[in-house]
Design a protein around this ligand. Sequence first.
Ligand code: IPM
Ligand code: MG
Length: 362
Amino acid sequence: MTTYTLQILAGDGIGPEAMTEVKKLVAWINDKTDITINSRDGLVGGCSYDAYGEPLSDETLAECRDADAILLGAVGGPKWNNVEYTKRPEAGLLRLRKELDLFANLRPALVFDALIDASTLKPEIVRGLDILIVRELTGGVYFGEPRGIEDLGNGQRRGINTQVYTTAEIERVARVAFDLARKRGNKVTSCEKANVMESGKLWREDVSALHGKEFYDVELEHMYADNCAMQLLRNPSQFDVIVTDNLFGDILSDEAAMLTGSLGMLPSASLGDQNTTALYEPVHGSAPDIAGQGKANPLATILSFAMCLRYSFNQGTLADKIETCVQNVLNNGIRTPDIMADGCTEVSTSGMGDALIAELEK
Ligand code: IPM
Ligand code: MG
């Protein structure tokens, strides 16, 4: 009997209702398999701000460190729009990433056959699409100093952020990308703006040097980030693994997610080195406009949990099984409103969770 501790941070908006469906899955696993998952709940984001006056408390952070993995729902919402920058819901998520040093964010963009018509691109462009974006998550302009807004005293202000990367930061995330590429299509596209940014020039040189030393068997291509944004729409199947910095990764991963037509379907994993607790979360946000109405698609959170089983709990077979059951549920025409199509059956958030459990039972 193997036991794991899962720290659940459902967060705001649709986070909690999607997480309820994961909990059904956890209960099913505890009941039906020989692994036991002890899950415990904590607060992050706006709900934590409301309860403790900060978006991530030291106590919750300590619990996260101590767990075998963290599963997060979503953070943020208009309720906290006027909260000071460092206390905003997003700051809680950024602190979690930074404190746990989760430098590699894996964002797969996968087109499910059953959902191919949900993409805004032509089916022949996106069929079979399987891209993995590896986004650097703890450096760059998100955390660079100096930062702030200065009063210039003449009625003008100045906003400052700093894009900064060291060789060590570039190498460790590139290493993750090359390693993953070896298990997939064996190709890495590294994106920056080396044509205008010194940090991009360094990124390109360091990725090339690492490639030459350790990964010359993997195909490496460098691409400017703006060109990558365009190529993702023009011919997305040219990509296998894309490695890029924090800000470009934020943008390109949203674009890649939308290619699949199903932002509500995409999971992500944020990994540090071997000894740190990893964090799993859906790519979509808190969707406050539909929160509490049973309309949210829980599959991205469920698939994030499947990634957790695979990467943190080493339960690849169980992860495969859950992913296959998700495909089967979609093939059976079961749909939440965001992916609803003609001839399909529309279900609520909990209806989708129940359909998945029923599929697992088969
Ligand atoms: C993401 C989100 C976050 C980011 C926000 C919520 C801080 O957009 O995970 O992509 O910008 O990293
Ligand atoms: Mg984003």
